[in-house]
Design a protein around this ligand. Structure first.
Ligand SMILES: [Zn+2]
Ligand SMILES: [Zn+2]
Length: 163
């Protein structure tokens, strides 16, 4: 099966985009061909003065028409719906946004990038020891493993022929 291209955009820091690209390549190399496309600045219209955060769902609509799957790495804090903040937010089979604002280490950035791309590929949250475990605190994010569990891998294998 042909690999799908994953376009990576960043709002400020190309080095962080490189980190996510390498992590995504390591975990999903049989399915995805990640490449850095370039800088895409945050639209001020997606900023909530009241919350002092960007609206992740609104930002995602900016890339709605992107031909390839995508990941947009941003550095400002983001929220979604009634959640106080999110590390990332994904539209299955389209793309995701990832905020490094609360992710203080390379390890956490890699983990959350792998998590969001799991959603992009159609995975839902997982109850195993798995990178797809739900986490909405830094503590939970630190505790979860960096890789997919066997059951999530198997799901991807069925759909994409992942080995
Ligand atoms: Zn998730
Ligand atoms: Zn899993």
């Amino acid at each position: 099966m042909d690999k799908r291209i994953l376009d990576i955009f960043y709002s400020r820091d190309r080095n962080v985009a490189e980190i996510t690209m390498q992590a995504i390549y390591r975990e999903y190399q049989d399915i995805l061909e990640p490449k850095i496309v370039g800088m895409l600045e945050l639209d001020k219209n997606c900023f909530s003065e009241e919350r002092n955060q960007y609206d992740a769902d609104l930002l995602l609509t900016k890339l709605r028409k992107n031909k390839n799957l995508f990941l947009w790495v941003v550095h400002d804090d983001i929220f979604s719906d009634d959640l106080n903040f999110v590390f990332g937010c994904a539209i299955p089979l389209k793309g995701a946004i990832l905020s490094t604002f609360r992710l203080r280490s390379k390890d956490l950035i890699e983990k959350e990038a792998i998590h969001e791309i799991g959603h992009v590929l159609g995975l839902t949250h997982c109850k195993n020891e798995c990178v797809m475990m739900f986490s909405n605190s830094l503590y939970e994010a630190i505790l979860k493993p960096k890789n997919l569990c066997d059951s999530c891998r198997e799901k991807l294998r069925k759909v994409y022929g992942y080995v």
